[in-house]
Design a protein around this ligand. Structure first.
Ligand code: KG4
Ligand code: ZN
Length: 334
């Protein structure tokens, strides 16, 4: 008999549902919340309300697209942590209610572990052990993966995440939220060698991005004082130079991690792995250092339930189920 799993992702501002049958993802529906744009960032209360409105139609669409009836489901998965508490509660309560009504098991999934396992949705898949650079709006980690459910964070940011570095830089440039994809877009037309931003010297495999934000702020203040039209006239070159620095900070630590662990299977994951500069750089570094590199498809980089259902599949196989009393948590720890 086939195993069908439904998963729900609601950790931040995307409401998503996905269905998997026997290890294969059959649907992945994502409803983006545009309500936050006008506020320059995600407003938690509005995110929870939008999840409540979206969750029923999104789940219905995911089941319909997969051709699976809810009576056939073998288990229901939800994102347990980390994320916005109100947002996580909408997804977890919905999943619990459905699991209770259908009398099937629940599976609780860690959002960052799921970002890593997005690399297993489609071929080619990394083999174990591999390193994954997980870069999102809230996290920047180098994760050592020894099996689908055995992961260890060996480096992480001490302050801002890489996605925040993109978004905050974009804000300083007057671009709307989330600015990361816009920096990526303008960078394509720009000269990355035009401006040099500093690379922080952080020991070990950890990262820091707060100094870069300050450096950009001073750089812009200085130039704008002399020429108020500076940003407007040089937007593409500034974006390309900022992106180049964020990407080089990430890649330099990845080189160090690969040297220290001797692992040459290298993957990336998380929203920032949608960045074309990072994707290209990973390939170039891979060729130079003899790595085998893995990058999830574009739609599996930013938040999605396909990665949650993929993780749920491995947990299902391991018999790792959650009780109805399972809580949610804003914090990261694996
Ligand atoms: O993983 P994700 O969708 O949500 C979190 O779990 O945080 O990541 C969102 C982050 C945002 O900071 C967004 O600006 C960034 O990923 N992002 C990008 C790109 N696409 C998304 N940053 C740079 N270039 C992109 N193309
Ligand atoms: Zn995420």
């Amino acid at each position: 008999m086939s195993v069908h799993i439904l998963a729900i992702e609601s950790s931040c501002d995307e409401t998503s549902a996905a269905v998997l049958t026997d290890g294969k993802v059959l649907s992945n529906i994502i409803a983006n919340q545009t309500v936050h744009e006008q506020y320059g960032g995600v407003v938690p209360e509005l995110a929870s309300r939008a999840h409540q409105e979206n969750i029923v139609p999104v789940v219905d669409m995911a089941l319909k697209k997969a051709g699976v009836d809810r009576s056939e489901l073998s288990a229901i998965a939800f994102t347990q942590s980390p994320g916005l508490i109100g947002s996580l509660l909408v997804g977890s309560c919905f999943a619990k209610a459905m699991a209770l009504a259908l009398n099937i098991p629940l599976i609780a999934v860690h959002h960052m572990q799921a970002h890593v396992l997005a690399n297993f949705i489609a071929d080619p898949k990394p083999s174990f052990p591999f390193l994954c650079l997980t870069v999102s709006g809230g996290h920047t980690q180098i994760v050592r993966c020894d099996s689908p459910l055995s992961m260890q964070v060996i480096g992480e940011t001490l302050d801002d995440a890489a996605g925040e570095a993109f978004d905050k830089s974009a804000k300083l440039l007057g671009l709307p939220y989330p600015g990361g994809p816009l920096i990526d877009k303008y960078a394509k037309e720009g000269n990355a060698a035009r401006f040099k931003f500093p690379e922080p010297q952080i020991p070990g495999l950890n990262f820091s991005f707060s100094g870069l934000k300050t450096a950009i702020l001073y750089f812009l203040q200085e130039h704008q004082q002399k020429d108020p039209g500076f940003v407007q006239a040089n937007l593409a070159d500034i974006c390309a130079s900022v992106q180049e620095r964020i990407v080089s900070i990430l890649l330099h630590k990845l080189v160090k991690a690969s040297r220290e662990t001797g692992i040459q299977q290298i993957a990336i994951a998380g929203g920032v792995s949608a960045n074309s500069g990072l994707r290209n750089a990973l390939q170039q570094y891979g060729e130079k250092h003899g790595w085998q590199t893995y990058i999830p498809k574009f739609e599996y980089c930013t938040d999605n339930a396909a990665m949650i259902v993929m993780t749920a599949w491995y947990k299902y196989l391991a018999g790792d189920f959650a009780g109805l009393e399972a809580g949610v948590s804003a914090r990261a720890g694996f």
